[in-house]
Structure formats: C-alpha cells, structure tokens
Ligand binder design. Sequence first.
Ligand code: SF4
Length: 224
Amino acid sequence: MSGALREKLQAIQPELAKAYGRPRWQAKRASGLEELVSCILSQSTTDLNRDRAYDNLRARFPTWQEVVDAPAAAVIEAVRSAGLANQKGPRIQALLRHVHQERGEYDIEFLGDLPLEEAREWLLSLVGVGPKTAAIVLCFSFNRAALPVDTHVHRVALRLGLIPAKTSADRAHGLLEELVDAADHYAFHLQLIRHGREVCSARSPQCTVCTLREHCDYLAALEA
Ligand code: SF4
C-alpha cells in the first residue's frame, strides 16, 4: 500500500472524528447468531424494516428451534416487513438448520476463538452470507478486525480515492482492512456511514460544506 494513501487516511481520520466522534465498540445484539439473522434480514431494506422483521420473528418464535420447526409460510409472514420475505424466511431456516447440524446447538460464539480468517471463511461458507455480512458479524458481535463495506462506506471510500476506481464493494473489504488500523475498523465503518448519509449522499454530495474536500479525488476531478 502506498505511503500517499496512508497519509491521506491519516489526514481524513481526524476530520471524521471531529465531525462524528469516535464511536466505541458495543455489540448490537446479544449473540453472534442474532446478529447473523439480523444481517440476513437487512439485505436490501432499511434498518427500521429490518428491526421490525427481526422483532416480529423473535416474538412469533421465541427460540431458534421454533423458527426451524415452523412452516416456511409462517416464517415468511413473520419477516415480511423486511422485504424479499420469500427468500429471507427460508434462508434463515436453512442457516439455523446448518448451524445446528454442524455445531449441535444454535450458537456461533466459537467464532470469537477462531483465527480471524478461519472465522470469516466459516461465515462465508453459509448460503446467503457474503463479505459484508461476514464482516458485520465479526466486527459487531466479536470486535474482530473486520471492516464492513456497505453502500455508504463503498461510495465514500471510492470518492475519496481510498480504494481504486471501480473497486467492487466485496473487494473493498480486503483493501480497507489493510489500509485502516484494526483498532479503527469499527469507528471508521460508522463514521463513513454517517458521512455518506449526512454529507456525501449518492445523488447530491454536499461538497461545498464537506470537511474532507481537500482530500477528495472526486471533487478534485470535478474542479480540474
Ligand atoms: S468532497 Fe464531496 S464527494 Fe468528496 S467526500 Fe466530500 S461530499 Fe463526498
């Protein structure tokens, strides 16, 4: 990785901290499996609808065994507010079945003790789990050195030039994890999401008020 890229990151990070603070790690859900199920529900929907679907699923079926034993149609109905319910409901049931078959319980806390890449590989071997979901579970549930790249992180990192143009979101995980210190992954992820939502939106980035403007390739290209 180039020294210039590191320097750019080191210039950007204090600005992000000034604007959004430096969030300290805290688990979003009580267990890794809860986070994993929540991530499956989050695909292509808002946080609000994901949480509604998750809460409804847990209220209808308080144990994972009940989710597995339920008719597919009932699980689909329970998660309907997350959208793509016909896909997500059966996927969650299959995932839970897989975890139980392999581990003998509905529990993936063993991931916290595995070497990072082994834990990531295990998650990626599950149907419906890609690099972002794996990184979210590793980062948010286990405080591991993984940096989830959602649509905001991806867009802002591309515009700033922290990753090469046209880098896919999947590929960006490895590049950003290498660039950003492990201790900063969690905070950096949340800071870039806020920046993407509040300033650097997809359609109308607020470049005139952006505190990162001096470091931004996108803006430099516009002004060239
Ligand atoms: S200068 Fe504009 S494009 Fe660059 S990060 Fe800021 S808002 Fe986004």
